[in-house]
Design a protein around this ligand. Structure first.
Ligand SMILES: Cc1ncc(C[n+]2csc(CCOP(=O)(O)OP(=O)(O)O)c2C)c(N)n1
Ligand SMILES: [Mg+2]
Length: 528
């Protein structure tokens, strides 16, 4: 009989296999059962084979790894001990599942014979993330897209002296973006077409729009809101311009979820849809109007009058929006979005929180020039408000260069513990801009913001906290400053961050419904 493999030997094999897959960063949350793996990762860090990050809270550790994996497009492992620690990875694993991010949950387990007994910190943690690939043997771990759980049973003795080391980092090229074997479908010109670019659409959406001479309706996190075909005010145009009615075909890329006008367009009975992707990235049920394809090849450009009409409408809408903002005496959330998007330098990173920040950015962000390599990320897989600080920290750690994040106050508070990191941990230079309106402003603009629900609104939707963000920052040792005007914010953002800092922008929430309606009305009058 062969010798059973020791816990240390298993840990060594796991870490070397991860390195072979191109892993460069790893996250550890402390524990005893996971000890052999933690020591192996620490050894690999000491040898320069990877960089290790330690976090107490597994929920934030999971999102930290998610952010790194998103920004670097490499697999990133996050190690937990057994029991409830594992379950705390679930939000990040779900987001990774819906965005195809290679997050590797390394879950240390007790030996199988203890399962079903009352042994300490022992539960059935196999397949704990439904839908996520599940492995027990590290040799089955490959670089395929999407998250994976590697559950590692470790028996005593857990530790047998200092770990050996000698880890080798692989320089093999890791496929950064999953490219499907594309058999592009040829698109003939003719039908009046728009290109929709949802989350992580990538440059292909812009390329198609340019080849066809079509308007490009690109979400901020699409990676395609660049060039001269992207129309910043598309959401308002779809709602208010007569051009919207005339659309005959939509070609969509990525995962579009951000706005109701886009979902309505993709559902329209009179619009033919070509979606580059699968059912999993299409926002409504696929019917016979919708063709799912691997890629498109545009045969020829359509006459310029269609695009020209959209550009003219976009310019009128922009003038109407700017006029509306100039007339409003206070600082509006739209101006915050405008300042944030203008502050991202070429090569820079912007991580945007769910709720109104990403929607305000969607109306206000001027498309960036092609080729300047800005990266705008958002957790659009499930559009959670959780884990956003950690995602931003992870993304900033995973990608060199200046980094910004832009999020609401509740989104900030939801993941305040993301600011928790020991003094020796690597820290990125990251500025977090908090649109601080003491509660969930988005609900004012939705059905529940209507006057008939006013009595319960603040308690169950608005949910003001009264919490001092400055005091939260002080507790975590994070720098905090306040900006009260668009210029003040621009000035604050022009100064490079050294380490993590928060710029809080106080905003009114009680005017949100009225402002949204007034903005819509201004655009309707201009283009309707
Ligand atoms: C994890 C999670 N819980 C709840 C929600 C529902 N939700 C969407 S937006 C929102 C409020 C966000 O408030 P804030 O971050 O302050 O942004 P604002 O709406 O004020 O712009 C909530 C609770 C969610 N998306 N994700
Ligand atoms: Mg808020």
């Amino acid at each position: 009989m062969s010798e059973p493999v020791s816990a240390a030997g298993t840990a060594r094999a796991v870490v070397q296999h991860l390195l072979d897959l191109g892993v460069r960063e790893a996250v550890v949350a402390p524990g005893s059962r996971s000890g052999p793996l933690a020591l192996a990762l620490a050894q690999a860090d000491r040898e320069g084979a990877l960089r290790l990050h330690v976090r107490l809270d597994e929920r934030t550790a999971g999102f930290l790894a998610l952010g790194m994996a998103k920004a670097s497009r490499r697999p990133v492992p996050v190690l937990t001990t057994s029991g409830t620690a594992v379950a705390n990875l679930h939000p990040a694993m779900l987001e990774a599942l819906h965005t195809g991010v290679r997050l590797v949950a390394l879950t240390a387990d007790r030996p199988g014979r203890l399962r079903g007994t009352g042994a300490n910190q022992t539960t059935d943690q196999r397949h704990i993330f439904p839908g996520v690939r599940y492995l027990e043997d590290v040799r089955d771990l490959d670089g395929s897209p999407g998250p994976v759980q590697l559950n590692v049973e470790l028996d005593e003795p857990l530790l047998q002296g200092p770990s050996e080391g000698g880890y080798v980092r692989s320089d093999a090229d890791v496929p950064r973006r999953h490219v499907r074997a594309a058999t592009p479908v040829r698109l003939a010109s003719g039908p009046r077409t728009v290109v929709v670019a949802g989350d992580d659409a990538g440059p292909a959406a812009r390329v198609a729009a340019e080849a066809g001479g079509w308007p490009l309706l690109a979400e901020p996190s699409s990676g395609a809101r660049t060039g001269t075909h992207a129309l910043a005010t598309y959401r308002l145009l779809l709602a208010h311009s007569p051009l919207a009615e005339r659309i005959e075909r939509a070609v969509s890329f990525g995962h579009p979820t951000l706005s109701r006008p886009v979902a309505r367009l993709l559902a329209r009975a009179d619009v033919e849809v070509v979606h580059v992707g699968t059912e999993a990235t299409f926002p409504i049920a696929v019917d016979e109007r919708v063709r799912l394809v691997d890629g498109v090849e545009v045969e020829a450009a359509d006459p310029a009058d269609w695009l020209d009409a959209w550009r003219a409408a976009d310019a009128s809408a922009r003038t109407a929006v700017d006029g509306f903002l100039a007339a409003d005496p206070g600082l509006t959330p739209y101006e915050v979005a405008r300042a944030v998007s203008a502050a991202v330098p070429p090569g820079g990173l912007l991580v945007v929180g769910s709720s109104n920040p990403i929607r305000d950015l969607d109306v206000m962000a001027a498309p960036y020039p092609v080729g300047e390599r800005r990266l705008v990320l958002a957790n659009r897989g499930l559009a959670g408000i959780d884990g956003t600080i950690s995602t931003a920290l992870g993304a900033a750690l995973g990608r060199p260069g200046p980094a910004l994040a832009y999020l609401g106050d509740l989104t900030f508070l939801h993941d305040a513990n993301g600011l928790l990191a020991g003094p020796a941990e690597p820290r990125p230079d990251l500025t977090l801009v908090v649109a601080s309106d003491d509660g969930g402003s988005i609900f004012h603009t939705l059905e529940q913001g209507a006057p008939e629900y006013a009595e319960d609104f603040e308690r169950v939707f608005g949910t003001p906290t009264g919490v001092s963000i400055a005091a939260v920052c002080a507790a975590y040792g994070v720098a905090h400053e306040t900006a009260t005007s668009e210029d003040g914010l621009a000035t604050a953002l022009a100064r490079a961050a050294s380490g993590v800092r928060v710029v809080e922008v106080p905003l009114r929430r009680d005017r949100r419904r009225e402002q949204t309606a007034a903005l819509s009305a201004a655009v309707r009058d201009a283009v309707g």
